[in-house]
Design a protein around this ligand. Sequence first.
Ligand code: FAD
Length: 400
Amino acid sequence: MVSTADAVVVGGGTVGAWCAYFLRADGLARVVLLEKDTLGQGASSRAAGIVRTQGGTPWAVRLGEWSRQFYLRQADELGIDSGFTPHGYVLPCFTDADLAAARERMAMQQGLGIDVRWLSPEETDELNPALAPGLTLGATYCPDDGYLHPPRNVIAYSVALATTGVQVRERTRFTGLITADDGAVTGVTTSAGPISAPLVVLTGGPELAEVGRLAGVRVPAGAVLHQVAVTEPHPDLAPARLPMLFDVAAGLYWRPEEGGMLFGMSNPDEPPGEARRVDEPYLARMRERLAELVPVTAGLGLRRTWAATIDYTPDHLPIIGPAMINGQDRKGAVVASAGGHGMMWGPAVARAAADVALTGSSPVVDVSQIGLGRFDEAGRSALATDPIALPFPQDAATPA
Ligand SMILES: Cc1cc2nc3c(=O)[nH]c(=O)nc-3n(C[C@H](O)[C@H](O)[C@H](O)COP(=O)(O)OP(=O)(O)OC[C@H]3O[C@@H](n4cnc5c(N)ncnc54)[C@H](O)[C@@H]3O)c2cc1C
């Protein structure tokens, strides 16, 4: 175990691993990545892989677009990629309120350079031959949105870490920060001994609140059940007939997978906590909604279902900023969370966290409002909630 590093990153998921890679690529000689288990054993290997630039806030759009561009250039930069497939994403409108919100959102996204278009109800049906016709009032559509293969993303960042010489320490748990008298970070304690370092980036996905607690930093990030299923193959669900689609109000989305459909869902009434099992009654309810939208799915068997713990933040926005104790920045320590959007935002959150650690700000996104300072003592955010998100709980555990 090294005892001195230029930077230590906690957490070997997509946020921590890409952050360690970026810090090393920026020229830091000794970057250590601490992972209490093995790389990718958190949410990052279990995700559905949706990559969407059609965010509900400028932060979401910028983070999505930066990440999408990163996925597109990975093969050239790294010799391996995360399996990103541009496929096109439809966000349908079912009510007049959906319509008004979609038009406003689309103008914001177009203003940020995203190729998002309006589809009439007829165009929506034409693009989605598997969708029951006549259901929507139209939709927004971005042909550049797509999906990646989450286990391949773990392989891609593992290769990037190894080839650039990041010192990966698996089965090594972060247990706390070491600080100087003025509060500045001078290192970390771990299950394998202390490491001196002037920079520490704290990630942890669904376990970020606990990582924060170990660091003495209150992080209002939560964890909740999210589940995904894959249908058996069917010719009507061939990829060319099945753009990705997000029914935001139902918290239901899908994309093609192995000749069938992968669909994911979050129950708005799910209490926060670790996912333990597939919620069969909720899966059955979502299958009913899915069958209304895509009738062919009604008769299909499922070849896979899984339940996993997803990370979230109370306002569905990322956290990128200095660690804070009693309202004061903890010099040298940065907190990073993709707030349950780590496939679509992860690399950009990682890049921005590396930037903040090195320089205090980031060209990727304006981080001045999306740090811990936006939360009050109860973990409530001063920012409006991003409307394009799964129905995650609105509050998160805020350990002392
Ligand atoms: C079922 C499911 C589907 C999803 N689908 C999508 C999707 O389609 N699109 C999308 O954008 N996002 C999706 N997500 C969310 C996405 O997977 C997460 O936002 C992302 O993986 C979080 O990355 P992370 O690196 O922050 O956390 P993780 O991947 O959870 O990594 C955190 C790591 O920190 C480690 N750790 C924790 N405590 C310590 C400690 N004390 N010391 C050392 N290491 C520690 C953990 O072991 C873990 O490996 C999905 C999530 C789930 C569960």
